[in-house]
Design a protein around this ligand. Structure first.
Ligand SMILES: Cc1cc2nc3c(=O)[nH]c(=O)nc-3n(C[C@H](O)[C@H](O)[C@H](O)COP(=O)(O)OP(=O)(O)OC[C@H]3O[C@@H](n4cnc5c(N)ncnc54)[C@H](O)[C@@H]3O)c2cc1C
Length: 527
C-alpha cells in the first residue's frame, strides 16, 4: 500500500534502488527492477503518487491531470500493451474511447481522426481527395520514422564502450527523421496548408508547433494513436495503484509526502538521498524521475554539477511549454449530457499553427492558438459507479509561465485578487469555447477551477510549469546525455526527458533505465 513518509513507516536500512519521483517513468522502472528481485523505494514529494498520472478530488468530483488518452494498448501484441501488463501484472484495464479519437476543428470545419490506419487514410482522403498521394506518402513516412527509433532508443541503454562502437550506426537512420522539422517534411509532400494544419492538429500533445518540432516527435504521436485511444478503467490513479502492488510484492515501498532535498554522493558515487527533514536514506542505485532540469539544478550537489559541466549540458535543451487547464464539474451524468469521448482540438481559422502561437505570445488577448477539450468522465466506464449523476470536462490551452511568474513566491490558493482575476478571465474565455462546441452543457456547470503554470510548479516540481519536460525540437534528439546513465556512478535518470513526453514515452524510459542498471535485455524478456 502506498504510505505517507510523514507517518514514519518502517524502512529498510538500505535499498537496492531509490527512485526520486513517482511519475510513470519512476513507477515503471520500480516495477521492472522489483521483478528483477530488487527492493525498491520510491519517494514522491506530492501528497499523491503518479506524477502527471495523478488525480485530484474536490467538491465531490475527481479530475485526471495528465492522461486524456493512451494509444497502442488496444493491440494485444503491441510493446505498449505488453509493457503495461508487465508493470501492473495485467491488473490495469483499458476502455476504448471509440472510432473517432481526435476531432480537429478549424473555424467552422471539422476533421475526424478515425481509428485504424486504413480508416484514418480513407477519412483524410475524403476531406482532401486531391491529396491522396501526399496522404499515403505521409503515412509511410510516419511508419518509417518509427521503425528507425527502436535502435536509437536501445543505444541509449548500451554500456558506454558498446555505445562508442555501435551507437553511431544505430542512431544514424533515426536522425534522418528527427533532424527535420515537422513542417519541413510535410511541406515536401504537399503545398496544401490546410492539410498540413489538420495533420499536425495533435501538436498540443507535445507542445511545439510544426515549424519548431522534430518530425520524429510528430510521427511518434501520430503513430501512437493510429489504432485509436484508450482510457484507464477507474481513472488514471489506477496506474500507481496497480504498479504499487508489483513493487510491494518484492518488498519495496512507494512513499508520498517524501520530498528529497539532495542526492548523497561520495567519491563520485551515489549512495543515498537526504530528505527535506534532514533524514538520510541509502541504496545501491539512485534514480531520478524528477526531470533533468530539476535533477541537475536542485537535487545534485553544486560541486558535482560543476565537476561534470552539467549546466553546460542543460544549455543544449529548452523547457517545454506551460499550460492552463480548466477543470469543470457538472451535476449530470455523461450520458444525460451526451458528452462525447472524442477529444476536440480547436484552432483559429486564420494562419498556420506557428503563426497562431506567435500572434498569441505577442498579445495574450489574441485568439488562443489551441484549445483542447477532453471529456474524461465519458471515457471511463467505471466513472458512474464512483460518481453517479456527475460529469467532468477538462479544457487546456497554452499559457507562458511568465504571465504568472510574479506570483511564484506566493502560497497556493492564496496568491491574491490580481492573480484570481487573470485566472477568471482565462476561465471565461475557455468556457465560451466549450459552449460553442458543446452547447448542451451551457447552464449545467456546477463548479470550475483553473490551474496555471504555478500549479504545475507547486504539485509536480517543474520550475517553469513546463508540462512536457524538455522541448521536442530536432536538436533535442541529438543530445547524447538524455539517457539513463550519468557521469556519476550509480546515479541514473528516468522519465519523459530521456525518451519523449507522453505516458508511453515515460513508460518506455523504465525499460531503458532498468536495462542500463541490470545489464539485462528486459525488453526481450517481457515481449
Ligand atoms: C495536461 C497534460 C495532459 C497530458 N495528456 C496526456 C495524454 O493524454 N496522453 C499521454 O500519453 N500523455 C499525456 N501527458 C504527458 C504525460 O502525462 C507525461 O509525459 C508523463 O506522465 C511524464 O512522466 P514522468 O515519468 O516523466 O514523470 P512526471 O509525471 O513528470 O513525474 C515526476 C515526479 O517527480 C516528483 N518529484 C519532483 N521533485 C521531487 C523531489 N525533490 N522529491 C520527490 N519527488 C519529486 C514530482 O512530484 C512528480 O510526481 C499529459 C501531460 C499533461 C501535463
Amino acid at each position: 500500500m502506498i504510505q505517507s513518509y510523514k507517518q514514519y513507516p518502517q524502512l529498510l536500512e538500505k535499498y537496492d534502488t531509490i527512485i526520486i519521483g513517482s511519475g510513470m517513468g519512476g513507477l515503471a522502472t520500480g516495477a521492472i527492477l522489483a521483478k528483477e528481485g530488487q527492493k525498491v523505494l520510491i519517494l514522491e514529494r506530492h501528497y499523491t503518487a503518479g506524477g502527471f498520472t495523478h488525480v485530484f478530488k474536490r467538491k465531490g468530483f475527481e479530475w485526471d491531470v495528465g492522461i486524456h488518452y493512451i494509444g497502442e494498448v488496444q493491440r494485444e501484441n503491441s510493446v505498449m500493451k505488453k509493457l503495461f501488463d508487465y508493470v501492473t501484472d495485467g491488473k490495469l484495464q483499458w476502455a476504448d474511447i471509440g472510432d473517432v479519437y481526435d476531432r480537429i476543428i478549424i473555424g467552422d470545419q471539422h476533421y475526424d481522426f478515425v481509428k485504424g490506419v486504413k480508416n484514418f487514410k480513407k477519412q483524410l482522403i475524403s476531406y482532401f481527395p486531391e491529396e491522396e498521394k501526399a496522404i499515403e506518402q505521409y503515412i509511410n513516412l510516419v511508419f518509417l520514422a518509427m521503425k528507425t527509433s527502436r535502435n536509437y532508443y536501445i543505444s541509449k541503454a548500451l554500456p558506454p564502450f558498446l555505445d562508442r562502437l555501435f551507437g553511431r550506426f544505430m542512431k544514424a537512420p533515426f536522425y534522418k527523421f528527427s533532424d527535420k522539422t515537422t513542417y519541413e517534411v510535410l511541406s515536401s509532400l504537399t503545398k496544401n496548408e490546410t492539410l498540413i494544419k489538420v495533420l499536425t492538429g495533435q501538436y498540443g500533445d507535445y507542445g511545439l508547433p510544426p515549424k519548431q518540432s522534430s518530425f520524429y516527435m510528430h510521427a511518434s504521436v501520430a503513430r501512437h494513436y493510429f489504432d485509436g485511444g484508450s482510457f484507464p478503467v477507474g481513472g488514471s490513479s489506477q496506474i500507481a495503484k496497480t504498479v504499487d502492488a508489483v513493487i510491494a510484492a518484492a518488498g519495496g515501498t512507494i512513499l508520498i509526502n517524501a520530498d528529497v532535498e539532495e542526492v548523497l554522493i561520495e567519491n563520485n558515487k551515489a549512495k543515498g538521498v537526504k530528505m527535506k527533514d534532514g533524514k538520510t536514506l541509502y541504496a545501491n542505485h539512485i534514480i531520478s524521475n524528477a526531470g533533468i532540469m530539476t535533477t541537475y539544478h536542485q537535487l545534485l550537489p553544486k560541486n558535482i554539477v560543476e565537476k561534470h559541466h552539467l549546466k553546460e549540458q542543460l544549455k543544449q535543451v529548452k523547457r517545454s511549454v506551460a499550460h492552463a487547464c480548466l477543470y469543470i464539474g457538472l451535476e449530470s451524468s455523461p450520458e444525460e449530457l451526451q458528452l462525447p469521448k472524442t477529444n476536440y482540438w480547436i484552432y483559429p481559422k486564420d494562419g498556420d499553427h506557428d503563426t497562431c502561437v506567435e500572434r498569441y505570445l505577442n498579445d495574450l488577448n489574441e485568439e488562443f492558438p489551441v484549445v483542447y477539450i477532453s471529456f474524461p468522465s465519458a471515457k471511463d466506464p467505471d466513472w458512474s459507479n464512483r460518481y453517479p449523476g456527475k460529469s467532468t470536462i477538462d479544457i487546456i490551452t497554452l499559457i507562458p509561465y511568465e504571465t504568472f511568474e510574479k506570483w511564484s513566491e506566493t502560497p497556493w490558493k492564496k496568491r491574491g485578487d490580481d492573480y484570481e482575476l487573470i485566472k477568471e478571465n482565462i476561465a471565461q474565455r475557455l468556457l465560451k469555447e466549450l459552449y460553442k462546441q458543446v452547447p448542451q452543457v451551457e447552464g449545467k456547470v456546477s463548479c470550475y477551477e483553473l490551474s496555471t503554470p504555478l500549479t504545475t510548479q507547486h504539485f509536480v516540481n517543474y520550475k517553469k510549469g513546463e508540462i512536457y519536460g524538455l522541448d521536442h525540437s530536432p536538436s533535442r534528439f541529438r543530445q547524447s546525455f538524455l539517457k539513463p546513465r550519468t557521469p556519476i556512478q550509480n546515479f541514473y535518470l528516468t522519465g519523459q526527458d530521456i525518451v519523449t513526453a507522453g505516458v508511453g514515452g515515460a513508460l518506455f524510459s523504465g525499460v531503458l533505465t532498468s536495462m542500463a542498471i541490470t545489464g539485462k535485455n528486459v525488453l526481450k524478456k517481457l515481449m
